[in-house]
Design a protein around this ligand. Structure first.
Ligand code: ADP
Ligand code: ASP
Ligand code: MG
Length: 436
């Protein structure tokens, strides 16, 4: 069995949905994970914001989105019967959205319910299209098996059990369709795996069913060696190791959700990145087999805040770093990069929810400086730590870019650089020029 995930652009129009169904319609058993049609989740985020602020524009936005879906239905189905079924499907989803506009309270659960409608719509409409085309498929409701625990981490044991339970009555089914992104939380309320989370769903489902392969179908021909949104002439990489891909995804390569590599890695399931618009293009394989060394790719993660704690008390002292880390731990704020000198430690975070209180507590240990709007640039490749000239080339490339922090040697696979976000594009382009 394989898992095939299609992103927003891949199901972004009636034509695209038809191509996806064409791609998945063969005898090989599979679970197809779908994102919302492109633009839908952004529209639902906007609707949520309007509903939160009790802005009367909310209803107008809901109706506008519904109109788009009415056009999708008209173009997707060729018979009156299925157009009617399609219209019924979208009406029930949009009536639910409208009910939030008239209801009294709009809270976090209501927001997640609103955001979930995109994936519920795309899967229902695709399933219906299969039915109209005489293709047998079964819809697996992700809300019946995808669950996160109290810490927001996927509950792997539950997911595995429940997916198996949901699939059991359909032993003859070759084509299952399910929603990416959406899940339930530990209280059973609708939640999600954060933006871009359908990749994560695919990987978690792949692990749960011990899939032979997890395929991520998107709008580009694989993992590129730099961010194509900022650098021209980037190239697709044929092979990546799990460690390389995990590092790149975590440090901002948008093609994969930051956490989506580890379930596949844990279960040692190869991940294949493919282009829906060009299915014959080779794509990228992420697996444990790849051993090729040297710098492979560069990624960038924005909205980083650097915190520097400077203290004479750190000099020759032990226990100082523990105290600093405990402050971040007590506010459940993960640290990404760390550099130390004898009298100061600098570190970076991307979650600034508790920053003010963190800074107050850190001031007990020394003076604290905060720099916002920073970007981590991550240069990744197997064993680059042992490559003699990698770091030299990186510094040569960045000779005009102000570098705030450098981290090298934390793993064998990466060099991380912290710079002001305004220098990001320049840094990415310079690195491409010198490294590839
Ligand atoms: P989907 O909707 O299919 O999940 P995404 O928009 O989330 O697609 O991810 C694909 C996009 O990621 C590409 O169109 C590209 O602009 C962007 N991207 C950023 N970095 C990379 C990279 N290193 N390789 C490939 N694509 C990348
Ligand atoms: N629809 C969700 C989003 O836009 C999840 C995804 O596309 O992966 O973030
Ligand atoms: Mg994505």
């Amino acid at each position: 069995m394989i898992v095939m995930k299609f992103g927003g652009t891949s199901v972004g129009s009636p034509e695209r949905i038809k191509s996806v169904v064409n791609l998945v319609n063969d005898e090989n058993p599979k679970i197809v994970v779908l994102s919302a049609m492109s633009g839908t989740t952004n529209a639902l985020v906007k609707i949520s914001e309007l509903l939160y602020s009790k802005n009367s524009e909310g209803i107008a936005e809901i109706n506008l989105l519904e109109d788009k879906y009415k056009t999708v239905v008209t173009e997707l189905y060729s018979t009156e019967k299925y157009r009617d079924k399609g219209l019924e499907t979208i009406k029930s989803r949009f009536d639910l959205l409208r009910s939030f506009a008239t209801g009294s309270t709009f809270n976090a659960v209501a927001e997640c319910t609103v955001l979930a409608q995109g994936e519920l719509l795309s899967t229902a409409l695709t399933h219906l299209y299969c039915e109209e085309s005489g293709i047998c498929s079964t819809l697996l409701p992700a809300l019946n098996f995808m669950r996160i625990d109290r810490n927001g981490e996927p509950d792997s044991f539950y997911i595995k059990e429940q997916v198996a339970r949901e699939m059991k009555p359909y032993s003859e089914t070759k084509l299952f369709i399910t929603q990416g992104f959406i899940c339930r939380d530990a209280n059973g309320e609708i939640s999600n795996l954060k933006r871009g989370g359908s990749d994560y769903s695919a990987s978690l489902i792949g692990k749960a069913i011990s899939a032979d392969e997890i395929q991520i179908w998107t709008d580009i021909d694989g993992f590129h060696n730099n961010d194509p949104r900022f650098v021209e002439n980037t190239k697709a990489i044929r092979e990546l190791s799990f460690d390389e891909a995990a590092e790149l995804a975590y440090f901002g390569a948008k093609i994969l959700h930051p956490a989506s590599v580890w379930p596949a890695q844990e279960a040692n399931i190869p991940v294949l990145l493919k282009n829906t618009m060009d299915p014959n293009a080779q794509g990228t394989v992420i697996s444990s087999k790849t051993k090729e060394e040297g710098i492979k790719a560069i990624a960038a993660k924005d909205n980083i805040t650097a915190v520097k704690i400077k203290s004479g008390r750190m000099l020759m002292a032990y226990g100082f770093l523990r105290k600093v880390f405990e402050v971040f731990e007590s506010y459940q704020t993960p640290i990404d990069m760390i550099t130390t000198s004898e009298i100061a430690v600098s570190l970076t975070i991307d979650n600034t929810e508790h920053l003010d209180r963190i800074v107050q507590e850190l001031k007990l240990y020394g003076s604290v400086a905060v720099d916002r709007n920073m970007t981590i640039i991550c240069i990744v490749g197997n064993n680059i730590m042992h490559s003699k000239d990698s770091i030299a080339k990186v510094f040569k490339a960045l000779d005009k870019v102000p570098v705030r922090m450098v981290s090298h040697g934390g793993s064998r696979h990466n060099i991380s650089i912290l710079t002001d976000s305004e220098h990001k594009a320049e840094a990415l382009n310079q690195l491409s020029k010198y490294l590839f």
